[in-house]
Every structure is written in structure tokens, then in C-alpha cells.
Design a binder for this molecule. Structure first.
Ligand SMILES: [Ca+2]
Ligand SMILES: [Ca+2]
Length: 340
């Protein structure tokens, strides 16, 4: 399966991240300390979550083929994390449960029998900023499968999350994100829920095509020139940019975010047949990821939009991909405080 990894990457990982990201940590920390995370919902009955009201909206966009057609969609109200899940939050989960992420374990060669030896080792995808590129078709010029890369060592052996407690956790597979969500008594958002939350009440499609000013994306010519106008050449701590109208930070940019939906190209007018909690991480499946990352640039991967989407192989972790959770529970008028 993973012999097609780079094929999938050409669509699933066209945004891209990096090793340089953590090597430049000192520079980033000097600019804005690892402390941007703020609780945007201090009075919420579900701490760290904001209420997303029910709504009907135009689901999808028209920039890339897989985003269309734009269809009408309805979602019920739900609670959503105001931030991408952080290293500190994921560490608490691991400490409590002893959970071991997929990137920390050898690859399942029964599921992926044709992998070259290096890709059979435990590891994950890391972004390496090249000095130059020959065309943009071969994404192996900036993406690399790195043995030893995982959430504790996002850029591979020698890298660390020490001092990055407020940064979004990365190198997380779909199963890892789902395990965390279940431990919290929550779920991963459906694509519809995620997109509606990112719209923050705007029911129209296609009104957010411009590169956002208040989000961590890539300014300059990807992947060789990053002018750093938004303050971060790499990942930012969660919550450094203003929240949207629903109180959600970094829905657009910073890290891509897993959703619960199996990826199929394009939208249909039917609700996905596999909607709901019964879905599990299926080997060989790709899931929809949303929001773009700090590697999305105007010249490549204009996916810093609410309607943008990409497939991501379920069991392949990457350094530009994280997640946040949702809670399907009564709204703020009737909600009871969550038990600690
Ligand atoms: Ca940036
Ligand atoms: Ca994000």
C-alpha cells in the first residue's frame, strides 16, 4: 500500500511541513513564546470547547475539482475544541493510558507488503525545505519518510517537543486521533461539521479564497522561499492567531486536521453513508483532512480555505497534520458541566 505513498502524497500532502520547523524553534520561540494558547471559552460547561450552533450552508468550493460540487448541507449543533490538540494534551492521554502511536511501531508489512526496507521501519513523513527544486511534480523533493519520526520527535531522531507543550501535536494517524477522542469521551468532526465550524456562521461558499492574514500559512514561493510575514516559518503554538466568530483558533492553517469522513473525490447531495461513530481506522483507506497548514502558499496548495479538502492515508503520520475533537451534547442552554 505504501508503495503508493508518494502517489498519495502528491494529493494528500501537497501542502507540506518540516524538519526545519523544529530546528528553527529557538528563532520562533524568541519571536512569540510557546504560550500563545489561551482559553477562548473560559465559561464553557465543556472547558476548552465552544458551541457551534446548528446550520444549513453551502458545503464545498470550486478551486480544486475534489471540492465540488457545492451542495446544501445541514449539521446539528455540537461542541468543538477551540484549539488544535496540543502536545501537552496528547502527553496527558499517553501518560494516562500508555497508548503507543502508530508511528512509534513498525509498519504492518502484511498491510503494506511491498514497501522498501526504510519505509518498513517505525516513522513518519517530515518536510525538508529544499534549496531549489526541479519542477513541482516530484514532492519527494521536500517530503521524506523519516524512520524515528513520531509525535515525541516530530522531525525525527534528535528533535524534541520539549518547550513546545502548547504546539499542536503532529505525526498522528487517524487511529491515534480517534483513540484520543474516545478517551476524552468525544469524537472526530465529520467533514460537514468541520467546514461549518470554520465558516463561523457564513452560509455562502467561496468567500474565503484569499490567503488569510490572520492564520499560519506560507508567504513566498513554496517550497524554497518563506518570507515569514505571519511570524512563523514553521508551526506556531496553538492559539496565536485571533479566533473566528465561533471562538475557534487556527481552523485555517497551522496544522491540517483529521476528520471522521472517508475520502471520496467530490461531494454528493447525499449524506455520507458512513457518517457516525461506527467508523474505525481502516487500513488502506484515506480520510478527509481540512484547513490547510503552514505549508499552504498561493503558488501551491491554496487550501487555506474552509471548503478545501484532501485525502490522507489513514495510517500515515505527517509533520503538518494534527486534529481537534468534537462533543455531541446539549447546547449551552441545557448543558451540564463536564465531569473533570
Ligand atoms: Ca507561516
Ligand atoms: Ca488547523
Amino acid at each position: 500500500m505504501r508503495r503508493i505513498v508518494f502517489g498519495l502524497l502528491s494529493t494528500a500532502l501537497v501542502a507540506a511541513v518540516g524538519a526545519f520547523l523544529f530546528s528553527s524553534a529557538a528563532t520562533l520561540a524568541a519571536k512569540i513564546p510557546s504560550a500563545c494558547l489561551k482559553d477562548a471559552s473560559p465559561t464553557s460547561p465543556h472547558p476548552g470547547m465552544a458551541w457551534i450552533p446548528a446550520g444549513t450552508f453551502q458545503f464545498g468550493d470550486t478551486v480544486y475539482g475534489e471540492e465540488g460540487p457545492v451542495v446544501s448541507a445541514h449539521v446539528a449543533g455540537f461542541w468543538m475544541d477551540t484549539h488544535e490538540v496540543t502536545n501537552a494534551e496528547f502527553a496527558a492521554f499517553v501518560k494516562a493510558t500508555g497508548y503507543v502511536t502508530q508511528a512509534e511501531k513498525p509498519v504492518d508489512t502484511k498491510a503494506h507488503p511491498d514497501l522498501p526496507p526504510d519505509m518498513q521501519k517505525a516513522g513518519a513523513m517530515t518536510f525538508i525545505m529544499p534549496k531549489s527544486v526541479e519542477g513541482m511534480q516530484n514532492i519527494a523533493q521536500w517530503w521524506r519518510y523519516t524512520p524515528g519520526a513520531n509525535w515525541r520527535h516530530p522531525a525525527g531522531p534528535g528533535s524534541s517537543i520539549e518547550g513546545h507543550e502548547n504546539y499542536p501535536v503532529v505525526e498522528i494517524t487517524y487511529a491515534d486521533a480517534l483513540a484520543y477522542a474516545k478517551w476524552k469521551g468525544r469524537a472526530l468532526p465529520t467533514e460537514r461539521e468541520w467546514e461549518w465550524a470554520a465558516r463561523a456562521g457564513n452560509t455562502k461558499a467561496g468567500l474565503d479564497h484569499d490567503q488569510p492574514k490572520n492564520a499560519n500559512t506560507w508567504q513566498g514561493i513554496f517550497p524554497v522561499v518563506n518570507s515569514d510575514e505571519d511570524g512563523f516559518v514553521g508551526l506556531a503554538p496553538a492559539g496565536c492567531y485571533p479566533p473566528n466568530a465561533y471562538g475557534l483558533h487556527d481552523m485555517i492553517g497551522n496544522v491540517w486536521e483529521w476528520t471522521a469522513d472517508v475520502f471520496v473525490p467530490g461531494h454528493t447531495t447525499q449524506e455520507p453513508s458512513q457518517m457516525g461513530e461506527a467508523r474505525t481506522a481502516m487500513v488502506g483507506k484515506s480520510y478527509v483532512i481540512k484547513g490547510g497548514s503552514f505549508l499552504c502558499a498561493p503558488n501551491y496548495c491554496m487550501r487555506y480555505r474552509s471548503g478545501a479538502r484532501e485525502p490522507q492515508e489513514a495510517d500515515l503520520a505527517a509533520s503538518h497534520l494534527g486534529f481537534r475533537t468534537v462533543l455531541r451534547a446539549p447546547g449551552p442552554q441545557t448543558a451540564k458541566p463536564e465531569r473533570p
